[in-house]
Design a protein around this ligand. Structure first.
Ligand SMILES: [Fe+2]
Length: 291
């Protein structure tokens, strides 16, 4: 299902929206194929938790720094820059130019080191140097896409409408159940089929919940921010420059897609005879004619 007006209205009223079956079946299938190559056995295990857990299922040290954009292959990269995600994020900024600030896979299973009851929190502590105001021009939109079915037992994300805290200064950015029981009492658990989407914000309280039965959950964090402020973001894309997939993505991407990760725009003073030659040398096959 595409993001519809009802989702936009819900997001504006509550600070989040759930879009069931956001991904078209073919795109979901292609993404799952790429995930199988990156995380062998995880989706099969999520589909059938009676089977043995995937190899190395609790290997420490794999984080958002290791499985993130650009991916080898097309589907996960195309999903990262999905036009509907861009449109939604841009709409929330009131039409500002935007960049993609995050695209990384998240995966966990029962007993995994990431399997825990998180406290209710806001994500801005690692998405901005400052504080997220209630102003479109500084609006960051966070998405969590699910590539496996999420039942009530499979660690659903819990999210609480901002109607419960809309007029507060959002500090501290986390509250235990004892501190703010109402935040927990009002939470909604996002139980959805694979391919579904949760949209939320830096001003939306939410938390990960623990597995209640054997199983796994594989998802994808994708976030967008306005392009010009320099204080927002969770990673630096240039760090990915040495990874497999970076150059091939750069070559096949459109200028608009490159701009979404911070690449200089056509006409930017950056472009000189030397930089054009250097970028062309670094990314063989890239079409720089518009720059
Ligand atoms: Fe979070």
């Amino acid at each position: 299902m595409a993001i519809a007006n009802e989702h936009i209205t819900h997001y504006r009223e509550h600070g989040f929206a759930v879009v069931e079956n956001f991904l078209a079946p073919a795109l979901l299938a292609a993404a799952r194929e790429e995930i199988e190559a990156l995380l062998p056995g995880w989706l099969d295990y999520a589909d059938n938790p009676q089977a043995p857990k995937p190899d190395h299922w609790n290997e420490p040290g794999r984080s958002r720094r290791t499985l993130r954009f650009p991916f080898v292959g097309r589907a996960l990269n195309d999903i990262t820059l999905h036009p509907d995600l861009q449109d939604f994020a841009k709409l929330m900024t009131g039409g500002e130019d935007i960049v993609c600030e995050q695209s990384d896979l998240t995966y966990k299973c029962r007993g995994h080191y990431a399997d825990s009851e998180q406290v209710m929190h806001l994500d801005y502590m690692n998405h901005t140097l400052v504080y997220p105001p209630d102003l479109p021009k500084y609006w960051q939109t966070a998405f969590l896409l699910y590539y496996s079915d999420v039942s009530i037992d499979q660690a659903p994300t819990a999210v609480t409408s901002w109607q419960a805290y809309r007029d507060e200064l959002l500090w501290p950015a986390a509250h235990t159940r004892d501190e703010r029981p109402a935040l927990y009492d009002k939470e909604v658990k996002v139980t959805v089929p694979a391919g579904s989407l949760l949209a939320y914000s830096m001003r939306t309280f939410h938390r990960g919940t623990a597995f209640q039965a054997d199983g796994a959950r594989v998802g994808h964090f994708i976030s967008y921010a306005p392009k010009n402020p320099r204080w927002m973001g969770i990673v630096g894309w240039p760090e990915q420059g040495v990874h497999a997939g970076f150059a091939s993505w750069m070559v096949q991407a459109s200028p608009a897609e490159r701009a979404l990760v911070g690449f200089p725009d056509p006409g930017d003073p950056y472009w000189t005879e030397e930089t054009r030659a250097g970028v062309a040398a670094r990314f063989p096959g890239i079409d720089l004619s518009v720059y």
